[in-house]
Design a protein around this ligand. Structure first.
Ligand code: RBF
Length: 159
């Protein structure tokens, strides 16, 4: 008999941190709305959600690491919008944000979810923030719910 372990989407009693980049706020705000919608629909209380705003995606990993280290969050959602058309810095910022979030998650043992949209242009970014291609904030929140519940079932879980 194969034993399968997987996380549910139950949100009651779970505590979430959200780190939101202010850059491209028009689109990033839609990611936040999507994430809050997903958390609330799964019975996460507003009082169990902390939103931290940072200037840009570059700053997301450090703030997310601090939240994770606090021990006050079952998962931390990292939300931001990077648009290639706007900046030759795109590749540097995207690579460091991705590495930083992954590294902080492994270091702290807290699920840090990658909800940073990397788009070729504004239209594609909007598509990924609630238009054509769903809402990546909503998706990150669902992954956060699943990972928070999964980690409670895996060996060596912190709490
Ligand atoms: N931050 C983002 O989250 N998305 C961007 O598309 C973005 N473009 C940038 C373009 C340039 C030329 C620079 C210098 C910064 C950009 N940033 C962007 C901000 C970056 O993440 C960070 O906040 C600043 O570089 C300050 O450390």
């Amino acid at each position: 008999m194969v034993q399968t372990i997987q996380g549910s989407y139950h949100g009651k009693g779970l505590r979430f941190g959200i780190v939101l980049s202010r850059f491209n706020e028009f689109v990033a705000g839609r990611l936040l709305e999507g994430a809050l919608d997903a958390l609330r629909r799964h019975e996460v209380e507003d009082s169990d959600i902390t939103v931290v705003r940072v200037p840009g995606s570059w700053e997301i990993p450090l703030a997310a690491k601090r939240l994770a280290e606090s021990g006050n969050h079952d998962a931390v959602l990292c939300l931001g919008v990077l648009i290639r058309g706007q900046t030759p810095h795109f590749d540097y910022i995207a690579a460091e944000a991705a590495k930083g979030v992954a590294h902080a998650s492994m270091e702290t043992g807290v699920p840090l979810l990658f909800g940073i949209v990397t788009a070729e242009n504004l239209e594609q970014a909007i598509d990924r923030a609630g238009a054509k291609s769903g809402n990546k904030g909503f998706d990150a929140a669902l992954a956060g719910l699943e990972m928070a519940n999964l980690l409670r079932q895996l060996p060596g879980a912190a709490g």
